[in-house]
Design a protein around this ligand. Structure first.
Ligand SMILES: [Zn+2]
Ligand SMILES: [Zn+2]
Length: 162
């Protein structure tokens, strides 16, 4: 085999193959969401207990209760850190079935909203503009788009997006 799958772009696949990729991805996505839910509830409980501890420490407002305040803050901080770690490790498991690259990743050659390879780098904050769907794509904490297509190969994978 001369050509690796990795170098193929969306145009190199037949409609049948593209459909297969979407089906494969739907299975992965389902698993991803189920794992997400499994993690979410215990973490939420930890954070709630933390808030309850802080609340109680204020309610009782005695110096003896100061440790409760500390414990509450620690629990919340731990919960937030676990969420960050779990989210990033989960995201690394979600791969594009076509090019096997990360699905949720820095923006590559293709627009994650529509899969078109007509991105233009925009301003100094790193915003990219897609000439096909007209979106200005901002990543990071203020991400203003959904990952629907693979940003590396342009294969459209999920209507709802992530
Ligand atoms: Zn891909
Ligand atoms: Zn686009």
């Amino acid at each position: 085999m001369a050509q690796e799958n990795n170098s193929k772009k969306v145009g190199d696949y037949s409609p049948e193959e593209l459909k297969q990729f979407r089906e494969m991805f739907a299975v992965d996505l389902k698993q991803y969401r189920a794992t997400n839910r499994r993690y979410a509830n215990p973490i939420l409980v930890v954070i709630l207990v933390g808030f309850a501890a802080i609340f109680c420490s204020f309610l009782l407002s005695q110096t003896l209760i100061r440790w409760l305040l500390g414990a509450g803050i620690c629990l919340i901080a731990a919960g937030v850190i676990i969420i960050a770690i779990a989210a990033s490790s989960l995201q690394k498991k979600l791969l594009c079935p076509a090019c096997h690259d990360l699905f949720i990743d820095e923006i590559g050659e293709c627009c994650p909203e529509c899969g078109s390879a007509s991105l233009e780098s925009g301003d100094w904050i790193g915003t990219q503009h897609c000439n096909a769907c007209g979106k200005n794509l901002r990543i990071g904490r203020n991400r203003n788009f959904r990952y629907k297509a693979c940003t590396h190969c342009g294969v459209f994978l999920d209507e709802m997006g992530l």
